[in-house]
Write a new protein. Structure first.
Length: 198
């Protein structure tokens, strides 16, 4: 999972940030908008050129960056450009919270996209509690990341915002990811210990 996730993280998060920051320093805000939009479309175009499947998340990201760029050009405001995904993240955190209330934790669905778990494991009380708690954890992580990001955006320069936000979000997300993996292994070990010997 990590081997698959790291290249996507580099391409989808780290590289666009580096492109934006570099272009902002060298070309200003308008140049940064154009460079970041170009990066998104080059990624899609490169996969089409090589006849590779374009992931749905990449297409959605290209559409989102297009809308953000249009608003950025229209307003001429970096705040308007950067606050959009933060508002989307707050909305996503509310979806995570609602999914727990509906007894369909979103983290469970996302996990099952990468890992196959037998139905008997998914029905177990401990596993249901685990997914509910981890979904709550990630709802608050998303909310915390967005709250910090919006505060930084409104109180710091754009250069400071980009650097500090990236570091803070990386720390919060990294700690939550580590805690999630630890808790997942712990609940699997408990289920294994409880399983009747054959």
């Amino acid at each position: 999972m990590i081997r698959q996730a790291v290249p996507k993280l580099l391409e989808g998060v780290v590289a666009p940030l580096a492109v934006f920051y570099t272009a902002l320093t060298l070309l200003g805000f308008t140049g940064a908008l154009i460079a970041t939009l170009t990066w998104a479309y080059v990624g899609v175009g490169w996969r089409l050129f090589r006849r590779q499947r374009v992931p749905g998340t990449m297409l959605l990201a290209a559409i989102a960056i297009t809308l953000r760029t249009v608003i950025g050009f229209w307003t001429g405001s970096p705040v308007a450009y950067f606050i959009q995904p933060e508002l989307g993240t707050i909305l996503l955190s509310m979806v995570f919270l609602a999914s727990v209330g509906l007894r369909a934790p979103l983290v469970q669905r996302l996990t099952l996209d990468y890992i196959h778990l037998p139905a008997v494991v998914l029905r177990h009380r401990r596993m249901r509690q685990f997914f509910a708690r981890i979904t709550l954890l990630w709802a608050f992580v998303l909310l915390a990341n967005s709250t910090v990001s919006i505060w930084l955006l409104l109180h710091q320069s754009i250069n400071s915002y980009l650097l500090v936000r990236t570091a803070v979000v990386a720390v919060i997300t990294g700690v939550a990811f580590g805690a999630s993996i630890w808790a997942f292994r712990r609940v699997l070990n408990r289920l294994h210990a409880e399983a009747p010997a054959k």
